[in-house]
Write a protein that binds this ligand. Structure first.
Ligand code: PFF
Length: 460
């Protein structure tokens, strides 16, 4: 490991690793669920807008802080602030968040791995709709099975992170991301040929603005946050490994573009499939990909069993790949801290962090079964972790980073970082700075307020 430098060897490796973090279950699982629940196309429009005015600027912010520091997030904040030691504390943000987010994300990632295994074993063949529902409920509420599959996901993630920045994170992104794109395109092609695909398309692409409420707007912004992995210090961690010639603004647009494209393509897979069977509803919620879809695959391709088999297999392979590229970035957040600040070797840090995540993950997994009644602040462990990360840490972290870069950091340092010391033209610089100083903190405050359920937002 000694010779592996802590830097992504190529520009494309850096983009793919960041895109790998962004593209995940948030795109293939959470996005369709949110679109289904919030009325379709109008939600998508607002989501794309949120990406542009909120997601991309915060991503640029994280990239700038991380790349400027180069070492790890702790040093990055201190260096960017002009040496103020107080800002070192921000290094704790990704370290703590890494544990929290991986612990519950790995539960759902484990489910996808189990479903991939089932697909491989042809376990969906001949099942009735009720059986799909019962089997999912039985599996997710079981004590040991989901823990076992979650353990495998965490072990795979640990092995990749232990290999280091170039040999582990960058190489795996270069291998997995192209496969992921390929599988998505194959599935979109198949899905669009299904009967009634047009109904799914019109749900996705004809906006019904009467469905837009304040709550829909704010959910779309929240989804943009989660999907881009911003606000939590994850992309800041990766940016510490960026080379000095990376164009941070351009890459942010590339990563956000890839992320949005994958979310939309996932919609193109899922909604035509759901509409191909009369009576199924696009707003089935989180169970959409674990109950509704395997059922759809069996029913629509029922006459051609091998097609149902291949379609299911590719779909769950896609989910597993998407989950893995994101979970790698989650583990790296904490591992980087232990490796740099506590001087543990990478493999040792990776194993320790993984074991703690596994232990916390067990609590989250049991939330669906034995411990469903164990509550913290009225939420089970899984929902509590999700709430803490997506609805508290991400908005607050994003806001602090914007305020840091917009108001604390010397403007010349920021400009030099974003123009690569004046060698790049940066026509959007002023717009970007205006957004991080005023617009983004204000919008985040709104999301935050909404998610906490403040009643005064009801008028929106
Ligand atoms: N963006 C990932 C997804 O869409 O699945 C989720 C995620 C990754 C959230 C990394 C937070 C994070 F730090």
């Amino acid at each position: 490991m000694g010779s592996t430098k802590n830097v992504f060897a190529s520009k494309i490796g850096a983009i793919l690793a960041a895109a790998g973090s962004a593209v995940g279950l948030g795109n293939v699982w959470r996005f369709p669920t949110e679109v289904g629940a919030n009325g379709g196309a109008a939600f998508i429009l607002i989501y794309v807008l949120s990406m542009l005015i909120l997601g991309v600027p915060i991503m640029v912010t994280e990239f700038a802080i991380g790349r400027h520091g180069g070492e790890d997030v702790t040093h990055a904040f201190q260096k960017m602030s002009g040496g103020k030691r107080g800002w070192r504390w921000m290094g704790l943000l990704p370290m703590v968040s890494g544990f929290l987010v991986l612990s519950y994300y790995a539960v759902v990632a484990g489910w996808t791995l189990y479903y991939l295994f089932e697909a491989l074993m042809n376990g969906f063949a001949g099942k009735s709709p009720d059986e799909f529902t019962n089997d999912f409920v039985a599996f997710s509420s079981d004590t040991w099975q989901p823990i076992f599959w979650m353990g495998i996901i965490i072990a795979m993630t640990c092995a990749i992170v232990a290999l280091g920045v170039q040999k582990g994170i960058e190489r795996s992104a270069k291998v997995m991301m192209p496969q992921l794109f390929f599988f998505i395109l194959v599935l979109v092609g198949c899905s669009l040929t299904l009967p009634n695909a047009g109904l799914g398309l019109s749900f996705l692409f004809s906006p019904d603005f009467s469905k837009v409420t304040g709550s829909v707007v704010l959910s779309a912004m929240g989804q943009a946050f989660f999907s881009l992995s911003v606000g939590i210090g994850c992309l800041c961690t990766y940016a510490c490994y960026f080379r000095k010639d990376v164009d941070l603004m351009k890459d942010s647009f590339s990563v956000a573009g890839i992320d949005t494209l994958v979310a939309l393509l996932s919609g193109l897979i899922i909604f035509p499939a759901v509409y191909s069977i009369p009576g199924l509803s696009p707003d089935a919620g989180p169970s959409l990909v674990f109950i509704t879809l395997p059922n759809v695959f069996q029913q629509v391709f029922g006459g051609i069993p091998w097609l149902a088999y291949v379609f299911s297999l590719i779909f769950y392979l896609l989910l597993v790949l998407a989950a893995l590229t994101s979970s790698i970035s989650m583990l790296e957040m904490s591992v980087a801290y232990f490796h740099k600040n506590l001087h543990l070797s990478r493999p040792v840090a990776a194993v320790i962090v993984s074991l703690v995540c596994l232990a916390l993950g067990i609590f989250c997994s049991l939330s669906f079964g034995d411990w469903s009644e164990v509550k913290m602040f009225g939420l089970n462990f899984f929902d509590f972790f999700d709430f803490l990360v997506a609805k508290f840490i991400m908005p607050v972290g994003g806001m602090v980073m914007c305020i840091f870069l917009g108001w604390v950091v010397d403007e010349r340092v920021l400009r030099a970082e974003l123009t690569n010391n004046g060698t790049l033209r940066s026509p959007l610089y002023s717009t970007y700075r205006f957004i991080i100083r005023y617009i983004a903190p204000l919008c985040i405050l709104l999301i935050f307020a909404h998610e906490l359920g403040l009643a005064w937002l009801d008028w929106l």
